[in-house]
Design a protein around this ligand. Structure first.
Ligand code: G4P
Length: 524
């Protein structure tokens, strides 16, 4: 196979949803089709329903040992598919956002009874920002669902994207009869007692009386709804989907493995192969000869017996070969990657080569950090997804004076993994940790103790938001720094951060210092 053919057959995507909509179930069914797993139940759900710390650490420990589930690669119908797993827990949203920098498209799962939920909206915002093509899978049709047109309206309004149904459900809940696939013009009948995949019945002419033979009186409603929808929704244009302006919609029931195969078959046909990646200096096309890639995730193995970390690298261009020299742009050092791993069929294995779109795992002892660019030599820097202003803050103090070095190292490494953000107050020199969720504090404490043998204590700090500030006028900046002395801090990279006590104070400060720019993400 040629280099270009290898690129063209790759589909690298993420499945996202609000917790409980069915992401894990859908992922598992897709893996079953790809032969990547043989029995249902093989994919461990990584969400923590009750957010108990001990559960979370146990899940993380298991995931740490079998990092294979972070990326699931398999072959399907000549395509090489890479599904990137994202954490289900909302305290780990940033991890999900970063993973979304490495995908070429996304499938959003929505619960048909609940419609658009808060986390779906946040995830869609990230997709919109990056113009990532999105397919919507409306799940759980075997349960009573919201009205289909209402659901589609809600998606358009709340997710701010045009939709185009490519299949259409016939009732829901106990009366669920199946779906009509508009894209392939076929009827798929649902039977809760039959889980194996049955071929759809081709139905070019839905006005044919034969439709009544299959779905009785529901045929009339289906015809009416299809007619209505053809009037309301424009024809499906793949270009609109690829530009991120239109989301094709499918309906089904992941639990009953219904509608999943059609989703996968349409997905491989319409979803994009690897897309160009944006570096600060230029756009990088996948078909360029020279290798480039970036680190979007670092997975620490929190099992004390296997302490290595794995850096996940998305290959953006070129043919990656084992043992070839790569330049780590941040340090300028050349490194030889001797045992890159790939994640196939839920197994981790050493590979000799990889192509754009693939994710490779690089064993790391602390050289790589999230956002790092690796190239065959060219000095470019891939744009990552910025860190967001954290929302929860605590002072972190050493609880064991004999082990302050270990604590400092532990905190540094956890911050490099992107677990949370560290600020140092300019006023009193105290370290402040900022997170987006409560669970992270517990995770930090647990991991410091178990991995670094260090103990920390958190102390409350009343703070509303940390924002990065910038100003061309030196005088204004120095006046600001003086006036706000007690509220200034620096981040890990030495940048100035203003820590606002409350929304009110932030607003007042912004009004007073009009020349100063306040940034709420770390990339500006
Ligand atoms: P998530 O990863 O998005 O959080 O969701 P997950 O797949 O774990 O699904 C959440 C719950 O919804 C699970 O039930 C799952 O069995 C159920 N589910 C998923 N898809 C469907 C569907 O198409 N129809 C119906 N009726 N249910 C569905 P649970 O009881 O919470 O977990 P479990 O004990 O069954 O695993």
């Amino acid at each position: 196979m040629t280099f270009l053919e290898e690129i063209a057959r790759r589909r690298t995507f993420g499945i996202v949803s609000h917790p409980d909509a069915g992401k894990t179930t859908l992922t598992e069914k897709l893996l079953l089709f790809g032969g990547a797993i043989r029995v249902a139940g093989a994919v461990k759900s990584n969400k923590i329903k009750k957010a108990a710390m001990s559960d979370f650490m146990e899940i993380e420990r298991q995931r740490g040992i079998s990092v294979a589930t972070s990326v699931m690669g398999f072959e399907y119908d000549g395509y090489k598919i890479n599904i990137l797993d994202t954490p289900g827990h909302q305290d780990f949203q940033e991890d999900t956002f970063r993973t979304l920098t490495a995908v070429d498209s996304v499938i959003i799962v929505i619960d048909a009874a609940k419609g658009v939920e808060p986390q779906t909206e946040k995830l869609m915002n990230v997709c919109r920002m990056r113009k990532t093509p999105v397919i919507v899978f409306i799940n759980k049709l075997d349960r009573p669902a919201l009205d289909t047109f209402t659901l589609l309206d809600e998606i358009e309004k709340q997710l701010q994207i045009k939709t185009r149904p490519l299949s259409w459900p016939i009732n829901s809940g106990p009366d669920f009869r199946g779906v009509y696939n508009i894209y392939s013009r076929s009827l798929h009948l649902f039977d809760a007692n039959v889980q194996e995949i049955r071929r759809g019945i081709v139905f070019d002419d839905i006005n044919s009386p034969a439709l009544e033979e299959h779905i009785g009186r529901d045929a009339a409603v289906l015809r009416e709804e299809l007619e209505l929808l053809e009037g309301v929704y424009p024809q499906f244009q793949r270009a609109d989907y690829l530009n991120g302006n239109l989301a094709p919609v499918f309906f089904g029931s992941a639990l009953y493995n219904f509608g999943v195969k059609e989703l996968l078959e349409t997905f491989v046909k319409i979803a994009p192969p690897p897309r160009p990646s944006h570096a600060e200096e230029r756009e990088v096309n996948p078909d360029e000869d020279a290798f480039t890639g970036f680190v979007f995730k670092i997975h620490a193995n929190i099992d004390p017996n296997h302490r290595s970390r794995i850096a996940f690298v998305k290959v953006c261009s070129g043919h990656f070969e084992r043992n070839s020299a790569c330049k780590l742009i941040r340090t300028g050092k050349t490194m030889r990657i001797t045992s890159p791993t790939a994640f196939m069929a839920a197994q981790k294995e050493t590979i000799d080569e990889a192509f754009p779109g693939d994710i490779i795992g690089i064993p790391d002892t602390g050289n790589l950090i999230i956002g790092d660019t690796l190239t065959a030599g060219e000095e470019i820097h891939f744009k990552g997804l910025p860190s967001f202003s954290p929302e929860l803050f605590r002072y972190v103090e050493n609880a064991d004076p004999m082990r302050s070095k270990q604590l400092a190292k532990g905190i540094d490494q956890l911050m490099e993994e992107g677990v949370a953000q560290l600020f140092v107050s300019r006023f009193n020199g105290r370290k402040i940790i900022g997170t987006v969720g409560q669970l992270q504090f517990e995770v930090i404490q647990y991991r410091l103790e178990h991995e670094y043998n260090a103990k920390c204590r958190f102390e409350p700090i009343s703070m509303y938001k940390a924002c990065w500030i910038e100003c061309d006028n030196r005088e204004v900046m120095s006046e600001f720094m003086q006036r706000k002395q007690q509220k200034m801090a620096i981040d890990r990279f030495g940048r100035d951060v203003f820590m606002a006590d409350s929304q009110f104070i932030l607003q007042m400060t912004q009004d007073e210092f009009k020349e100063i720019k306040f940034h709420f993400t770390s990339e500006f």
